[in-house]
Design a protein around this ligand. Structure first.
Ligand code: SAM
Length: 375
């Protein structure tokens, strides 16, 4: 596929090649591209200020959230991914493990890195307030740790990682990473080819040979499939909503939709056409080793006892039927039909629990990916 001339994805089904060359009469599109570029700064600012505004809430308030279990489920899935990749890195003989958390947010993954016993972490995010909170969470963690526990060293960088080159900002200019983790972030960069390239450069250029670029992002095929099935320009339910501006034609870069999720996210995002990302990653000698929808990934991982017990510990699924005197996350009719079917008429308790239909519909738009640097 020629990325210089291929600009548009048409239709909605999976697996089809949809790239096509731009015809001369489509020169207008170029103009549109340059006016899109003018909006680039606006979108970054919107994203940064949205995440900066998000308040950190304590466990008590979090547990009241309608999507408490879904957020725990997503967190469990990230823990499993991070844990398995760290195992691979250690298995390959790496002793001093360095990680880049690209789009670290408020530091939601700090504990995962601590549990994984890494040696150094670089956290970068466009939202300055989030980076500050991430840093103070880290310092708190260090202060409260056991005297014998050696907590990883860390650097915190506020930067638009789709515009600025991170390697120029590293305290140690020679630092190479074993892992770059980019959780729920990469789709913001697909606003333009330039941005997607810079983000990818930041993710991959300082990886050691054999190092990994891992992440989670919405699956463009799934989003387009749901949009095409909808009789309007949006789809969703009581916990999330995705709205497009049009349908039928999907540019490879800058294909914007608006995503809102129950008090957590309310921002413009961009479709990541995965075969294109895979192609772009080859420039950095990256080979795709895993791409799985959340449903496939979790079904496979839950077969292992230690992942199952972590799932219980992290309350990644909602007990069903709920415990004595308790209530399910929602009373809305039909939200637990799937769970009831599994329980049967005797109402047997589900061993691992479940998610409400709306939460499952929201989390199942995502996929997990793992790239590895070949040399
Ligand atoms: N990775 C964290 C996690 O999993 O908890 C945060 C995920 S949050 C959904 C998305 C994050 O991406 C936000 O913190 C946002 O500021 C960051 N982000 C979006 N665009 C970015 C960019 N261009 N450069 C750096 N960070 C960006």
């Amino acid at each position: 596929m020629d990325l210089q001339t291929t600009e548009t994805v048409k239709g909605g089904g999976e697996g089809e090649e949809r790239g096509r060359k731009r015809r001369p009469e489509e020169e207008e599109d170029k103009e549109e591209t340059s006016s899109n570029r003018k909006q680039v700064a606006d979108h970054s600012v919107k994203v940064a200020s949205h995440y900066n505004r998000l308040q950190e809430v304590g466990l008590a308030a979090r547990s009241q959230s309608r999507i408490f279990f879904m957020r725990n489920f997503n967190n469990w899935l990230k823990s499993v991914l991070i844990g398995e990749i760290l195992e691979q890195v250690r298995g390959a003989g790496s002793r001093q493990v360095s990680v880049l958390d690209l789009g670290c947010g408020k530091g939601g993954d700090l504990l995962k890195w601590r549990r994984g016993g890494i040696n150094h972490l670089v956290c970068a995010d466009i939202a300055g307030v989030s980076v500050e909170q991430c840093q103070s969470r880290y310092e708190d963690m260090k202060r409260k740790s056991h005297v014998n526990e050696k907590i990883f060293s860390a650097q915190f960088i506020t930067a638009d990682c789709s515009k600025e080159v991170l390697s120029e900002k590293l305290d140690d200019p020679k630092l190479m990473f074993d892992i770059c983790s980019c959780q729920f972030v990469y789709h913001y960069s697909f606003e333009s080819e330039e941005k997607a390239n810079v983000m990818l450069r930041n993710a991959c250029e300082r990886l050691k040979p054999g190092g990994y670029f891992i992440g989670t992002t919405p699956d463009a095929f799934e989003l387009v499939k749901r949009l095409e099935a909808s009789d309007s320009l949006s789809f969703g339910n009581e916990v999330f909503k995705v709205s497009f501006q049009s349908k039928g034609s999907y540019p490879m870069f800058g294909c914007q939709y608006h995503f809102s999720l129950e008090g957590v996210v309310d921002v413009p995002e961009f479709l990541v056409y995965f075969p294109l990302l895979e192609h772009m990653a080859k420039r950095y000698n990256m080979r795709l080793v895993l791409k799985q929808r959340f449903s496939e990934f979790s079904e496979e991982k839950v077969k292992k006892e230690h992942h199952r017990s972590l799932m219980m510990k992290m309350m990644a699924l909602e007990p069903f039927p709920c415990e004595d005197g308790g209530r399910q996350a929602t009373d809305i009719k039909g939200e637990y039909c799937h769970a009831k079917e599994h329980c049967g008429s005797a109402g047997v308790k589900l061993p691992l629990g479940t998610l409400s239909r709306s939460e499952w519909e929201a989390t199942s738009i995502y996929l997990v990916f793992v790239f590895q640097k070949m040399s």
